[in-house]
Write a protein that binds this ligand. Structure first.
Ligand SMILES: [Zn+2]
Length: 332
């Protein structure tokens, strides 16, 4: 299986190299989205690449990617290679952002695409997902390995797909940081570390978009993914207005009931920077039975659905990294 994955990866990389597209006209930061988006052709996410990334991360070989384990080190190296082959730069010279996770050595894997606008490049949009999981647990039907396919190989593969698309489009006036976090399952430790580090280094983070559990379609909704903390910013409006083809996001009442806004890696960025920082997810509490169970395997998630989520959010991402400055609003 691994050999197939690497062959696939190489083929896709070669295919993407020749298709750089420059946008002819730069517009001012104050211009409306409409002035820029029609000129940009957004490539479709590759279903096979997303499937390959999830398959590697959720394979038994990686033993559930528990922080501090050998399995998660293999995952981190794989992600470093993927960001490198996509053509993303290491963040401040190093893809590995090391930290101590309650005594375990842990690493976020972080890349960046520097902004192209002389002024806006100083504003950073962080796009992230956690890649760690919980390792071994109490056996269910003889299986004690929690593979963490939906939680959160899916979000991780989505961030890679977004990085691939943005590198190919080659038009981001703001700087984009791709952050793949470790030790989320230990209490958001990776995202806390990076958010504090960026704050200490006086980085100007203007928004954080996080991806969690995007492996299964929502049931009975017109939108494809909800965002946590829906009413805290105008993010939902911006994403829905940017995509002319479909409703991207909406408000899931249960997300507020369970306070999901505070329960993933968006939250430390909100805490440090007080800017719109929210999580996209399609886990609606009814469409996936294996949350933190050994049954969270690749057979239970859909790569075409994940690709559709990426395709749906890309126009909004283009708006956020080029034109629209997201705003905080009321409370959830
Ligand atoms: Zn998760």
């Amino acid at each position: 299986m691994k050999r197939i994955i690497f062959i696939l990866t190489a083929a896709i990389f070669i295919a993407s190299c020749g298709t750089q597209k420059k946008v002819s006209q730069l517009s001012n930061a104050s211009d409306k989205m409409a002035s820029i988006l029609p000129d940009v052709k957004i490539p479709k996410a590759s279903v096979s690449q997303i499937a390959a990334d999830v398959a590697f991360l959720a394979s038994d070989d990686l033993k559930g990617r528990d922080t501090g384990s050998e399995g998660i080190l293999a995952a981190a190296k794989y992600l470093q290679n993927r960001l490198h082959e996509i053509g993303v730069q290491p963040y401040k010279g190093d893809f590995f952002d090391d930290f101590d996770a309650k005594g375990a050595r842990a690493f976020n894997v972080v890349g960046m695409l520097p902004g192209t606008d002389g002024v806006l490049k100083n504003e950073i949009v962080v796009i992230g997902a956690h890649y760690d999981h919980i390792g071994f647990m109490k056996a269910v039907a003889g299986d004690s390995l929690a593979n963490g396919a939906n939680d959160n190989a899916t979000g991780t593969a989505s961030v890679l797909a977004i990085a691939q698309a943005l590198k190919q489009i080659d038009f981001n006036r703001r700087t984009v940081v791709f952050a793949l976090f470790s030790a989320e399952e230990k209490g958001l430790l990776g995202s806390k570390h990076l958010a504090k580090r960026m704050k200490a280094e006086k980085e100007n983070v203007v928004a954080m978009l996080n991806f969690e559990m995007t492996g299964t379609p929502m049931v009975g909704r017109e939108y494809i993914a909800y965002i946590t903390g829906h009413d805290k910013s105008n993010m939902a409006t911006v994403f829905n207005e940017a995509n002319k083809d479909r409703v991207v996001t909406g408000k899931l009442a249960k997300a507020a009931d369970f306070n999901l806004f505070m329960r993933s890696d968006n939250y430390p960025f909100y805490n440090e920077f007080q800017v719109p920082s929210q999580t996209f997810s399609t886990f609606d509490f009814t469409n996936f039975k294996y949350y933190h169970q050994p049954g969270d395997e690749i057979t239970e998630v859909s790569a075409p659905h994940m690709a559709a989520v990426v395709d749906a959010v890309m126009p909004g991402i283009m708006a956020v990294i080029n034109n629209e400055r997201l705003k905080m609003m009321g409370n959830e």
